[in-house]
Design a protein around this ligand. Structure first.
Ligand code: PEP
Ligand code: MN
Length: 340
């Protein structure tokens, strides 16, 4: 249910209404617009009870039921695009298409420093790199863990880039949160509900990757878990889903961009690296994503892809990333956007 307050209602009065709703045992999610405030009430809402007890309060313009199962992520709750600001000139969901790039895994100081400098020079705004890696085999490289986080921080401090890195368990949210600007929730953890709630309780933006067999509804319900804890800064990331096709690593679902934009106000990032699994398909997939209206791209870049400890076959080297950035600029302009 959404409570729409009358235009110009003073904060104090709005707070009174929120207090009343909370006294009834519901959580409130206010959004302050330019001249109107709306209050989202989610949970197992008893409509009659709400109408009865709020009806008598002044300053309420109307009550609107929310039909979508994803109450906070849906368009009824908020129909303007969410912009997530992660520092001076980095806004995800605005006019600029934000480029996030870096290795699959942080491997060494030289590797992450060189990559950070190269992607910064090419125009990327966010450095990616896994320190805790979800690997199919327990015998594969699992990541440098806290040492990797420290190296990411060092690279970010030198270059001014922001950081996105994966957190795999609720136990590590505090630790990863000390270093990162954006939490990445990996595809395999999209429905790890305790993890979602834990990052929902932090105040850092969360990039939620779509599970490889998740429907849009399940994807948005996972975002809802984070938002229902009070963290509205959720960035969706399409990274390919499993289909019968096995030529590519995954099937990148680009139609998810306009579809999700219809269903949600949250920004969307495309990962053409995991989405295809093949280096030569990264650029065409990225161009397609820009044309479809993506808010950003997450691209794996490595100084020497052939020597990468993970995902080398889908990683671009510095020159290839440079070319991609150059190439995407025109596509961004043609789509009414820009890539710095
Ligand atoms: C990654 O970004 O390196 C990663 C493991 O991604 P995903 O969770 O999409 O497989
Ligand atoms: Mn990877």
């Amino acid at each position: 249910m959404i409570v729409v307050m009358e235009t110009g209602t003073p904060k104090k009065k709005t707070q009174k209404v929120m207090d009343r709703i909370e006294d009834m045992g519901y959580k409130t999610h206010p959004i302050e617009g330019v001249n109107k405030t709306i209050i989202g009430i989610v949970g197992d809402v008893d409509r009659e009870e709400l109408i009865d007890s709020l009806g008598a309060l002044p300053s309420i313009e109307k009550l609107i039921p929310i039909q979508e199962p994803y109450k906070l992520a849906g368009k009824t709750f908020k129909n303007t695009p969410t912009e997530i600001n992660i520092g001076e000139d980095v806004t995800i969901g605005g006019k600029e298409i934000i480029m996030m790039a870096g290795p699959c895994s942080v491997e060494s100081e030289a590797q992450i420093m060189d990559t950070a400098r190269a992607i910064k020079k090419a125009g990327a705004k966010v450095l990616r790199g896994g320190a805790f890696k979800p690997r199919t085999s327990p015998y594969s490289f699992q990541g440098l863990q806290e040492k990797g986080l420290k190296l990411l921080k060092k690279a970010a401090q030198e270059t001014g880039l922001k950081i996105v890195t994966e957190v795999m368990t609720p136990k590590h949210v505090d630790l990863v949160g000390k270093y990162t600007d954006i939490f990445q929730i990996g595809a395999r953890n999209m429905q790890n509900f305790y993890l979602l709630k834990e990052v929902g309780n932090s105040n850092k933006p969360v990039m939620l990757k779509r599970g490889m067999k998740a429907t849009y509804r399940e994807f948005l319900m996972a975002a809802e878990y984070i938002m229902s804890e009070g963290n509205y800064n959720v960035i969706l990331c399409e990274r390919g889903i499993r289909t019968f096709e096995d030529h590519t690593r995954n099937t990148l679902d680009l139609i998810s961009i306009p579809t999700l934009k219809k269903l949600t106000h949250l920004p969307i990032i495309i990962d053409p690296s995991h989405g295809t699994g093949l280096r030569e398909l990264v650029a065409p997939a990225a161009r397609g994503a820009v044309s479809m209206g993506t808010d950003g791209l997450l691209v794996e870049v490595h100084p020497e892809p052939a020597k990468a400890l993970s995902d080398g076959q889908q990683s671009l080297d510095f020159e290839e990333f440079d070319q991609l950035m150059d190439n995407l600029k025109d596509f961004a302009v043609a789509s009414g956007r820009k890539i710095k």
